[in-house]
Ligand binder design. Sequence first.
Ligand code: TGC
Ligand code: FAD
Length: 395
Amino acid sequence: MSFPTQVQVDKVDYFDIESFLTEEQRAIRDAVRQWVRTRLAPIIDDYAQRAECPTHLIPEMAQLGLFGPFIPEEYGGAGLDYISYGLMMQELEAGDSGIRSMASVQGSLVMYPIWKFGSEEQRRKYLPRLASGEIMGCFGLTEPNHGSNPAGMETHFYEEGDYYVVTGSKMWISNAPFADIAIVWAKDPEGVIRGLIVERGMEGFSTPEIHRKWSLRASATGEIVLDHVRVPKENLLPGVKGLKGPLSCLNSARYGISWGAIGAAIDCYRTAVQYSLERKQFGKPIAAFQLTQKKLAEMLTEITKAQLLALRLGQLMNEGRATPNQISMAKRNNVAMALEVARTARQILGGMGIVGDYPIMRHMMNLESVITYEGTHEIHLLITGQDITGISAFV
Ligand code: TGC
Ligand code: FAD
C-alpha cells in the first residue's frame, strides 16, 4: 500500500472563496501572508515564551496598512473595503492572535471611534499618527467589576474649568502598557457614557501591566488607572453618547475577529495534516487511521463553513447592511470553531502538540482569550437568543 507524502496543505480553500476575491484583495492577503511567514512566524514562539510583545514590528505592520485599513486615505488609512480588512486579520492571526489583537485594537477600537465620533481636529491630530504606528492606542471599556455588563461602569468624570476630571480603573486592556493614548469610556455627572482621549503623560494616568498570563503572551495587557486625570475638554469625543458608542467600535473589532480566528484554525489544521502524514505508528502514517481522517475531515468542514460565513458577512459589511447580531453570530461561531480545531490538532500531534516547535498550543491558549474578549461566547449566544425571541436575557 502506498501513502501520499505530499498534499496541498498550503491552500485551505475547499469551496473556492478565492474566486470571490478581487485582484487587489488577493494581493493584500498575499502581502500580509508573506510578511507573517517571513517576519512574524520565525520569532513569535520566542516572544510568546518570554511573554514579551514584539513591538519592534509596529513600523512594518503600519507599512503593510494593518492599522485602520478601512480608514479613509485622507486620514492616513488605507481606504480599503471590509473583506480586505478581514483577510488581513485572517493572515495576521495565522501568525498569532496577540499580534492580530494589537492591530484590531489600533484600527477598530482606537482609530474607528476617533474617525466616527471625533471632531475634525481630533481626526487630523490623531489618525495619521495612529495609522503610521508613530503612536499606539488602547481601548478602556472593561472594569474590574464590570466586564460583560459595561453599562454598570464606575469610571466617571466631572467638569472643572477647561478640563474634565476623570477617575476610575479599567482592566484587561490590550496594548495599555505601551499605549500613547487611551480611548476611555466614562460616565458624565448625569450618568451618560462618553468617550475621552486620554494621553500618556497626563498626571494621574498609569497603565500597570498584567503578568503571568497563559494566553496572548505576546500581547501586552494592562490596567488603566485614572486618578483625577485632568483631560482637556477638546479631548471629549463629541459624536456619540451612551453605550452604543463603545459597542459600535466592538462591531468592527468583532467582525475582524470572525476572520482572524479562521487564520488561527487554518494554521493548526495545516500543521496537523502535515504531521499526520509524516508521523508513523503501527507501521503506517497516523493519517491512514480512520479516526485521524475523521478529525481532519471535520476540521476542514468547520473551517470551510466559517470561511463562508465570514465572506458573506464581509459582503454585507461592504454594503453597509451587516447587523450587530450577524456580527455576534460570526464572532461566536468562528472563534469556537477555531478553538475546537486547535484542540483537535493538538490531539493529532500527541506529545509534540504541547511544545513550541509547533504553533498549535500557542494558538489554543490564545483562543481561550479570544473566546472571552469582545463579548464572551455566552454573551453572543444571548444576543442571538434576544434576536430570535425578542426577549433580552440581560434585564
Ligand atoms: P442594550 O440596552 O442592549 O444597548 C444599549 C445601547 O447600545 C446599542 N447597542 C449597540 N449599538 C451598536 N452596536 C452594538 N453591537 C450594539 N449593541 C447594543 C443599543 O441599541 C442601545 O442603544 P440606545 O440608543 O437605545 O441607547 O445594552 P445592555 O446594557 O443590555 O448590554 C447588552 C450587551 C450585554 C449585549 C452588551 O453590554 C455587550 O455586548 N457586552 C459585552 C461587553 C464586551 O463585549 N466588552 C468588550 C470589551 S473590549 C474588548 O474586549 C477588546 S479585546 C481587544 C483585542 O485585544 O482584540
Ligand atoms: P464576566 O463578565 O465576569 O463573565 C464571567 C463569566 O460569566 C463568563 O463566562 C460570562 O460569559 C458569564 N456571564 C456573564 N454574564 C452572563 C449572563 N448574563 N448570562 C450568562 N453568562 C454570563 N476589555 C477592554 O475594554 N479593552 C481591551 O483591550 C480588552 N482586552 C482584553 C484582553 C484580554 C487578554 C482579555 C482576557 C480580556 C480583554 N478585555 C478587554 C476584557 C474582555 O472584554 C472581558 O474579559 C470580557 O468582556 C468578559 O468580562 P469579564 O472577564 O469581566 O467576565
